[in-house]
Design a protein around this ligand. Structure first.
Ligand SMILES: [Zn+2]
Ligand SMILES: [Zn+2]
Length: 251
């Protein structure tokens, strides 16, 4: 059994011409966990997996670039040729009401019936099949959870959307692979505080956490990812790469 990460959407803030927004399929053995479901990512997801094979979804937070394709996923599960199957959605408290609230009233019951929302918060640990998922507190304008995922002796950390903060360093401590957001180019700053990381800041987080490898994601599509990688590389001794849609890596 190996722990793998497949990128179904690597864009931050909004999709690009060839990039969907944040979504990551984490697999170990027969277990399939989808972390975030950003705009356009459901197309990428279905290129390699049947939506019926997902065991659970983890929403880091409810900004649109992390959750709007949950509606498509709901319909794909509900009208699946082999019949509807419920799906557990771990998400910060209030997510169910917020997401269901965007649907017409007549459609809300079906949505809430098939998607089984489980409120989670930093400090919680959930088990999804072969995966142990520990949640940490990201620093972002809305409640956002970062994740530390372990399986088969390997560790994947996901920053979610965050500005630099101590709990994300804890989440990533000694991780084999750190999937970290790097929305902005440092040189384009100053940027608003408490929202996102620049490439340099992502590199600094990786260095503080002594991670094995750093994979940058959530880069704004209008920014050259090579420049973000260069910024991060200056700040950490860990190998750095940028995520791209369709990329699959063994953790
Ligand atoms: Zn985002
Ligand atoms: Zn966000």
């Amino acid at each position: 059994m190996s722990l793998t990460l497949r990128v179904c959407g690597s864009a931050g803030v909004h999709p690009g011409p060839d990039q969907a927004c944040s979504s990551y399929l984490v697999a170990a053995g027969e277990t399939r966990l989808l972390m975030d479901v950003g705009n356009g990512s459901l197309t990428r997801l279905q290129q390699t997996v049947d939506v019926a094979d997902l065991d659970a979804v983890l929403l880091s937070h409810t900004h649109p670039d992390h959750c709007v394709d949950l509606y498509g996923l709901y319909f794909a599960r509900r009208f699946h040729p082999e019949g509807p199957t419920p799906l557990t959605v771990y998400a910060p408290a209030g997510s169910e009401a917020q997401l269901a609230g965007l649907l017409p009233e007549s459609a809300q019951e079906g949505f809430r019936g098939l998607l089984r929302f489980v409120p989670v918060a930093a400090g919680d640990t959930v088990t999804v099949g072969a995966l142990t998922v520990r949640l940490h507190e990201a620093l972002h304008p809305v409640e956002t959870v970062a994740a530390r995922i372990e399986a088969d002796g390997r560790t994947l950390a996901y920053s979610a959307d965050t500005a630099p903060c101590d709990d994300v360093v804890t989440a990533a401590r000694d991780a084999d692979l750190f999937l970290c957001e790097a929305t902005w180019r440092e040189a384009d700053g100053p940027h608003p505080k408490g929202v996102h990381c620049s490439g340099r800041q992502a590199g600094e987080l990786a260095e503080r956490a002594s991670v094995g490898r750093l994979l940058l994601t959530h880069i704004t599509p209008t920014v050259d990812s090579r420049e973000i990688v260069a910024e991060a590389t200056e700040a950490t001794s860990a190998p750095v790469a940028a995520a791209a849609d369709g990329l699959e890596v063994r953790v």
